[in-house]
Design a protein around this ligand. Sequence first.
Ligand SMILES: NC(=O)c1ccc[n+]([C@@H]2O[C@H](COP(=O)([O-])OP(=O)(O)OC[C@H]3O[C@@H](n4cnc5c(N)ncnc54)[C@H](O)[C@@H]3O)[C@@H](O)[C@H]2O)c1
Ligand SMILES: Nc1ncnc2c1ncn2[C@@H]1O[C@H](COP(=O)(O)OP(=O)(O)OP(=O)(O)O)[C@@H](O)[C@H]1O
Length: 532
Amino acid sequence: MAPSKLNSTDSCGNGDASFSCSQPDNGLNDSLSLFHSEKAVQELLQQNLIQGTDDHLIEFSEALRTVAKALRRAAEGKASAQAEAAEWKRRYELERERNLRLQRKENSPEEHNDDFNEERTENSTNQSVLSSHINKKSENCCTNEICSHEILRDGETDSDSKMIQNRMMRKASFKLSWCCKSENSDQHKHDVVSFERGNITTAGRSSRQISLKWGSNPQTVLIMTKPNSTSVQILCADMVRWLKEHKRLNIYVEPRVRGELLTESSYFNFVQTWKDDEEILLLHAKVDIVVTLGGDGTVLWVASMFKGPVPPIVPFSLGSLGFMTPFYSQHYRDSLDSILKGPISITLRHRLQCHVIRDAATDEVETEEPILVLNEVTIDRGISSFLTNLECYCDNSFVTCVQGDGLILSTTSGSTAYSLAAGGSMVHPQVPGILFTPICPHSLSFRPLILPEHVTIRVQVPFNSRSPAWASFDGKDRKQLKPGDVLVCSMAPWPVPTACQVDSTNDFLHSIHEGLHWNLRKTQSFDGPRDQ
Ligand SMILES: NC(=O)c1ccc[n+]([C@@H]2O[C@H](COP(=O)([O-])OP(=O)(O)OC[C@H]3O[C@@H](n4cnc5c(N)ncnc54)[C@H](O)[C@@H]3O)[C@@H](O)[C@H]2O)c1
Ligand SMILES: Nc1ncnc2c1ncn2[C@@H]1O[C@H](COP(=O)(O)OP(=O)(O)OP(=O)(O)O)[C@@H](O)[C@H]1O
């Protein structure tokens, strides 16, 4: 056998060995140590080759490589099956949730007949009830509306009787609609593609500007602030006072902020908060809008707090860049006035749902909770000085093997953040898609991709990877991915609705001009340079 065969393993570790060997009884976890032994044998072989060829050692090495390859294939199969199981579980849970909702509707038919302008009624039930309000006739919905919306009623009595505002609340109803100035006919509004008379045409598309109209007045506002900023603290206290005295709203803040307000004055005793993570999970059922005071990081923080549906967010800019924060804090009264009246233009920002599946996990129970990201999930080399080696699949197709500093899987909202710095395109946040952007790839031809929104992406750290990789979610919560671990990523069903200053497109263009100085250049003229 030619000595060159020893080096025939490709960059993904797929050698072309032709010897067959029966698979040993030891499990997948032993494959790593096998690789180490293989490496040691290979080094030994190379030394020997300089002096002379030892056919037996070469044969042994080839056999080892074949075994390792078989083990790797088995592990890949396992990862793929786990990813599929996770995806089915997700679908099952969504379907179950939908069925439960339908069942509830059937049990309380009067809920169906709710008009969007219905009066608020105090709810005396002791449980949060999720009910879907739909218009009586489906025709009423077809004028480009998202026909149903969920109203979450909270009848829970708060255990803390000191809270003054502990009366039962009902979330304000609202409806979302797509704006279509030029269309008169309602036909096919909801058919994305129609095949009439053999012609393929597209009609309604979800990426159009969305408008939110309140059906009843919003009652409860959550104010989230970036920490350690005196100007934010001052603004927050002012806003709370104004919302209470002029708008008669219930106000929620974080426990930290409630403490800060009470240190300032006992006047703020009416402000509500939560005690633990379980209460945070119920917040979306109580809150009509979320106001953020900070930069993009505060919007990301709020998004990460809501692990399911997210109330509309009104982001005020008090950061350095503020790409996703179009509202000016100095005009907050006017802005909140018009937001509380509605209608509001909304950018529905898609999120990615990420599952880490451990190779070491032996059953479903050990599967980690999914993590939702608004910007991106990054898989990088962390502190390791080795290249990352990541095998990437899109649904069941192999995409590529990333060898470089890492990979960014980004939403279109995140396209102007880390992905942009790594050479990805800037994409309008309403475009549904997943950006696949390598970080410093060690290859001249590795350009970024944009994949459609319906795909599931699987990134695996191969068993022969020289080091573990690290995943981080919106720049936080770093998790180590050991060889054999997999990250599965798909579009989450719960987008983040953010209010627009003007509309999605205007706000996006404003941000890239003002925030990033996109395409700023002196205009050419005959008389020398002139300002643009
Ligand atoms: N090389 C880079 O550009 C780089 C490196 C690490 C992280 N990041 C980004 O930082 C984000 C975390 O933000 P943070 O505020 O918590 O951390 P941070 O305080 O480190 O701020 C990062 C910067 O990114 C900006 N930013 C965040 N999201 C953005 C978006 N969608 N569009 C445009 N700019 C955006 C912020 O305004 C801020 O100026 C991560 O999600 C990641 O996208 C960027
Ligand atoms: N409510 C919060 N609780 C804890 N941490 C928060 C909260 N809001 C924001 N942060 C964190 O504080 C940091 C700074 O926040 P933010 O990005 O909003 O301000 P900034 O850095 O001044 O603005 P910009 O991102 O525009 O430069 C971020 O890392 C963010 O994750």
